[in-house]
Design a protein around this ligand. Structure first.
Ligand code: TRP
Length: 468
């Protein structure tokens, strides 16, 4: 008997899953720190333009391609033509790399959550009087602890993916996403009412393009573009995969709007939670990857104090953990769907559980070096192993977010926009009578803006690697 391919149960369920994939550490951790390092307002403006002109276009393209072919990242490209198979492989490879460091970061979040839980009942037991920076430094250098939490994070992710698309992924997201938005608003209220918080708001919203001179326009553009792709889960077949589980009745264009808008709102909320606090506590916005951890830790231990501070810290990190899990499952799903589709088309049983378990274990292994170099500080593995410039996390991130994803998006827009022609996407989106209202706008973005921006990003990226 042929197995029926799974499908999302409801429109809301699909949207929450897709928004759940998009909203994650990229928004809450990546966005504020990258904005901090790239001039605040200047970065924000470029980011918003990219979402409107590139993000929306690629989102619709991916969802439509997935639904049309009914296949995940690799299968979808094979369905277009066998010669494009490798683009799909690039996507799956990105999934492996991203998830392997994503899970380590997710583990950090889990560790913060548990620390605040402990602090609630016995103050001092988890942070032991350490300041927030000191605590963060101590624990990123504790490789054993990081590996343990990375392992736990991978197990949770794998169990949900084993549950399947509608049973596991959809159910989980419907609750977690709305709760996170509410909690972020609570943290923002505390953050913006701290004395001195105004400077953080000015950093984000007062027009200031000095960064284009100091950091360079192309550097800001490159970072913003990478961040946008990462945050919207684009360029590696994640939305192709999610689209492939979508019913033909669904309005693709509407979803392609709602997902980027919700994701961007969540990033802005995270920025509003972090930036005012950074300035209020006299920290540097350019603090880098530790920014979220160090700053918000201080909000909960000094902005709020005592039991209430620990309670809010616990709830906050719990929800961030949920957001990270909903994103991680989409990354693992890309890898699992690839093998499941391959099995099913070879007439074998899909074997979702075993496949997912094996893949999750491999990803766990790939992530171990990320736990061992103290994020570039050099712990068990020496400092910044790649030309003294990048730690493992950066390195995995550069290959995936820096190269494979922009390359994948560029090739997709060229193949669909110029070789196969955009009409395929229009036909797919309109198959059950939904009208593509922004077809012309989408087409111009997809055929012209996307490839041009991607070329610029790729050149910038290779320069960063020291290749040019
Ligand atoms: N978008 C997620 C975040 O912002 C991470 C993520 C999930 C992702 N799926 C992806 C990134 C696919 C790139 C590709 O945290």
């Amino acid at each position: 008997m042929e197995q029926q391919r799974d499908q999302w149960k409801s429109k809301f369920g699909f949207l929450m899953a897709a928004v759940g994939s998009a909203v994650g550490l990229g928004n809450i951790w990546g966005f504020p720190y990258k904005m901090g390092m790239n001039g605040g307002f200047a970065f924000l403006v470029i980011y918003l333009l990219l979402v409107a002109f590139v993000g929306f276009a690629v989102m619709l393209g991916e969802l439509a391609l997935g639904r049309k072919t009914g296949q995940g990242a690799v299968g979808a490209y094979i369905a277009l033509s066998k010669k494009y198979t490798w683009i799909g492989y690039m996507g799956v490879a990105s999934g492996f790399l991203i998830l392997s460091f994503y899970s380590v970061l997710g583990g950090f979040v889990g560790k913060y959550m548990i620390s605040f839980l402990i602090e609630m009942f016995s103050p001092g037991a988890a942070f032991g009087g350490m300041g927030s920076g000191e605590f963060f430094g101590a624990f990123i250098n504790n490789a054993g602890g990081s590996i343990l939490f990375h392992f736990l994070f991978m197990i949770i992710t794998a169990v949900i993916v084993m549950g399947g698309v509608s049973g596991g992924i959809e159910k989980f997201n419907v609750v977690a996403m709305p709760a996170l938005a509410v909690m972020l608003v609570v943290v923002i209220i505390r953050s913006v009412t701290l004395p001195g918080a105004g400077a953080g708001l000015a950093f984000m919203f007062a027009p200031n393009f000095a960064a284009f001179k100091e950091i360079g326009f192309f550097n800001v553009l490159k970072t913003a573009a990478g961040q946008m792709f990462f945050s919207l889960s684009l360029g590696m077949g994640c939305m192709i995969t999610y689209g492939s589980y979508l019913s033909k009745k669904e309005d693709l264009e509407g979803s392609a709007f709602i997902i980027p808008i919700s994701d961007t709102l969540m990033a802005l909320l995270a920025g509003l939670a972090v930036m005012p606090a950074v300035f209020a506590f006299g920290m540097e916005p350019t603090g880098g990857p530790g920014l979220l951890f160090v700053t918000l830790h201080t909000v909960f231990t000094e902005g709020l104090t005592g039991f209430i501070g620990s309670l809010f810290g616990f709830i906050f990190y719990f929800l961030v953990l949920l957001a990270a899990i909903t994103s991680a499952i989409s990354l693992l799903e890309v890898c699992s769907t690839y093998i499941i589709d391959r099995n099913t088309s070879a007439g074998k049983s899909s074997n979702r559980k075993t496949i997912t378990g094996i893949l999750a274990f491999i990803i766990f292994l790939i992530g171990i070096p990320v736990c061992m170099d103290g994020l570039g500080g050099g712990n068990i593995i020496g400092a910044n192993f790649w030309f003294g410039k990048w730690c493992f996390l950066d390195f995995y991130d550069l290959i995936s977010e820096g190269i494979f994803m922009p390359l994948g998006a560029m090739l997709m827009s060229i193949i669909i926009g110029w070789v196969i022609k955009t009409k395929v996407i229009k036909d797919e989106a309109e198959i059950e009578g939904n009208k593509l209202k922004f077809y012309k706008f989408w087409e111009i973005c997809f055929k012209f803006v996307v490839p041009i921006v991607m070329v610029v990003v790729l050149i910038g990226q290779l320069q960063g690697f020291g290749i040019f």
